[in-house]
Write a protein that binds this ligand. Structure first.
Ligand code: AMP
Length: 190
């Protein structure tokens, strides 16, 4: 079983590369952003709470995210090939909760793959995505807040995972297939 955390700033290409990993390796996919957006669409209480944070470029409180994590993970059953965590963890308490939740099932994270993309390129990509997808949080003002949140709350996880001995850094500029090639090199050594 190869559980993988795909990590990076908003716009780094986590979703795009997750799709390719799912196709090649038959992995499951947990995108907490997608989970929250579907809760918003369904008009649930969680969705209503989440919308306020998302539209503001802020993170949903850890307790809420951690609460839903185990249920989503267990929905893949006991014998899955591995799950890609995309957009989770985003804080150190979330990383600790993920480790604990997996340990309780005798599972673990095999690799954290960090996609690094320079800031000006992230901004260009997200503004373009906003025009194409209509995501309400892909506007310049909210993007700036999300990048700020990434730097202050999420990027400390790079050192946290280095400490776990499973951090891998990849340059996320270039063609999609070229970047995916670097990801496959890491996955195939696991
Ligand atoms: P994403 O689709 O991963 O870019 O997530 C979109 C938004 O959903 C983020 O800007 C946060 O407001 C919220 N979100 C997604 N995942 C998390 C998480 N792990 N912790 C807190 N908030 C999250």
């Amino acid at each position: 079983m190869k559980n993988i955390v795909i990590f990076g700033a908003p716009g780094a290409g986590k979703g795009t590369q997750s799709d390719k990993m799912i196709e090649k390796y038959g992995l499951g996919h947990i995108s907490t952003g997608d989970v929250l957006r579907s809760e918003i669409k369904a008009g649930t209480e969680l969705g209503k709470t989440a919308k306020k944070y998302i539209d503001n470029g802020q993170l949903i409180p850890d307790e809420l995210m951690i609460d839903i994590l185990a249920g989503v993970y267990d929905s893949f059953g006991k014998e899955h090939k591995g799950v890609i965590f995309d957009g989770f963890p985003r804080t150190i308490p979330q990383a600790e909760a993920l480790k604990k939740m997996l340990a309780e099932r005798n599972h673990s994270v095999a690799a954290m793959i960090e996609l690094y993309v320079p800031e000006d390129e992230l901004m260009n990509r997200l503004v373009l995505r906003g025009k194409q997808s209509g995501r309400t949080d892909d506007n310049e003002e909210t993007i700036k807040k999300r990048l700020d949140v990434y730097h202050t709350q999420t990027s400390p996880l790079i050192d946290w995972y280095k400490n776990e001995g499973i951090h891998h850094h990849i340059e996320g500029l270039g063609g999609i297939d070229e970047i995916f090639g670097k990801i496959t090199e890491i996955i195939e050594k696991l």
